[in-house]
Design a protein around this ligand. Structure first.
Ligand SMILES: NC(=O)c1ccc[n+]([C@@H]2O[C@H](COP(=O)([O-])OP(=O)(O)OC[C@H]3O[C@@H](n4cnc5c(N)ncnc54)[C@H](OP(=O)(O)O)[C@@H]3O)[C@@H](O)[C@H]2O)c1
Length: 380
């Protein structure tokens, strides 16, 4: 790659929540010490992307202006002088989540989430402000993962869009492997399971050898999920009715020996207040079990205090994933245990930077587990 020839960096620029994104030409960033500049090949679009850009989701704590959007799949354009492994031309996954080098308690998602409070905002407003909706993104060296291109592209036939499903799977691995520490043969209830992360986490739990009981309010959607997961013999579901005792009994009944689950993983969505299924699901957790809170609803939770104490239950919050968890996800993808793209039954509608309005609209209407909308700032 002759980096001297490239002079422009097409980008989508968000200067105000009241103005649409603007296509601009920015300079290509320099790869300074501790950084890498990546030619962005694909970034998957969340259904709520436009809500972020219009300021409807202040929870993202964004300071403008910036180039929005979190993680990507890309090709290394240039590396800082301290890089020991990554080199120009490598295919990489940028995970988006970064932490302050002088305070690991301060975390942001570059271009996407300004973290908590002023410290997060400070980290976000400097070097690590701009996100993936540009052709060349400068990111921290330690936040990229060099992919095994021979295995993933040549042998398994994955495209950059297929590979960017990794950005969902790492979060599922964070919940299922790091927080829940699921073991083969255990049973996990996951709910709501019919959204993107409910589906992803169900897939990860099955891949780790667990029995999965998906919880949802729509039988039709739960049946679709069962089909998407290949009607797996370790997969079942419960249509939740809102009757706490009946729902808890139905979950227990769906477990292999009728004795309840070792884990409940909650994915309550952002538009909810509290969790719709936690009260019932927690009553189906076996003694010593784990409850992992991974969703992002508003409001507070009510838990049955004495039950939690009597049964020695653990309630664990989990955001994102560690570097070790990303490495584990890559091993699972390389081994073929996690199947991406067509191999897993996923579809991708890929748009250019210029077509971003269509991409956001399409994603808002159609995207979900294994139905993805993407933007490709550079051709593959
Ligand atoms: N922990 C992390 O690191 C992390 C990372 C990314 C996202 N998140 C959070 O994870 C959550 C889920 O994200 P997602 O992308 O999977 O969401 P999603 O695709 O929009 O799915 C939403 C789910 O919530 C269900 N739901 C909505 N309203 C409901 C109601 N009134 N009663 C019962 N179920 C209801 C939906 O069920 P139907 O299908 O029946 O509508 C669906 O299963 C979000 O809050 C997000 O912020 C966490």
């Amino acid at each position: 790659m002759d980096s001297n020839r490239v002079t422009q960096n097409r980008a989508l620029w968000l200067s105000s929540f009241d103005k649409p994104l603007e296509l601009v030409d920015l300079p290509i960033p320099d790869a300074t010490v501790g950084s890498v500049v990546v030619q962005v090949l694909n970034t998957v679009i969340q259904p709520y992307a436009e809500d972020i850009h219009t300021g409807k989701l202040p929870v993202f704590n964004l300071s403008l202006p910036l180039v929005p959007h979190p993680s990507h799949i890309g090709r290394v354009h240039a590396v800082g002088p301290d890089a020991v492994r990554a080199k120009p031309g490598d295919l990489v996954f940028f995970s988006g989540s970064i932490q302050a080098r002088d305070d690991p308690d301060v975390r942001i998602i570059q271009g996407h989430h300004g973290g908590e409070g002023d410290a997060g905002r400070k980290l976000m407003q400097g070097e690590w402000r701009d996100g993936a909706l540009q052709q060349y993104q400068k990111v921290p060296l330690e936040a990229i993962f060099v992919l095994n291109e021979q295995r993933l592209v040549e042998e398994l036939g994955y495209s950059p869009a297929d590979l960017h499903e990794l950005s969902f799977y790492v979060i599922g691995v964070g919940a299922i492997c790091e927080a829940a520490k699921i073991q083969a043969g255990e049973t996990i209830a996951i709910g709501p399971a019919t959204g993107t992360f409910g589906g992803i986490s169900s897939d990860v739990a099955l891949a780790r050898g667990a029995y999965v009981i998906a919880l949802g309010r729509s039988e039709e959607k739960l049946q679709r999920l069962a089909k998407q997961l290949g009607n797996h013999d370790r997969f079942g579901y419960v249509v939740m009715t809102g009757d706490q005792a009946a729902d808890a009994a139905a979950i227990r009944e769906a477990t292999p020996e009728g004795r309840g689950v070792e884990v409940f993983n909650d994915w309550a969505s952002g538009e909810l207040n509290g969790s719709p299924f936690l009260s019932a699901a927690i009553r189906a957790v076996r003694p010593g079990g784990r409850i992992v809170l991974s969703g992002g609803p508003a409001g507070d939770l009510q838990v049955p205090y004495t039950l939690v104490m009597h049964l020695n239950l653990q309630i664990i919050g989990k955001l994102m994933v560690t570097r070790t968890g990303v490495d584990l996800t890559l091993k699972m993808a390389n081994s073929g245990v996690l199947k991406l793209g067509k191999r897993g039954g996923s579809t991708h509608n890929v748009y250019s930077l210029e077509q971003h309005h269509e991409a956001f609209r399409y994603a808002a209407k159609n995207s979900g587990f294994r139905v993805y909308t993407d933007i490709a700032p550079n051709a593959w």
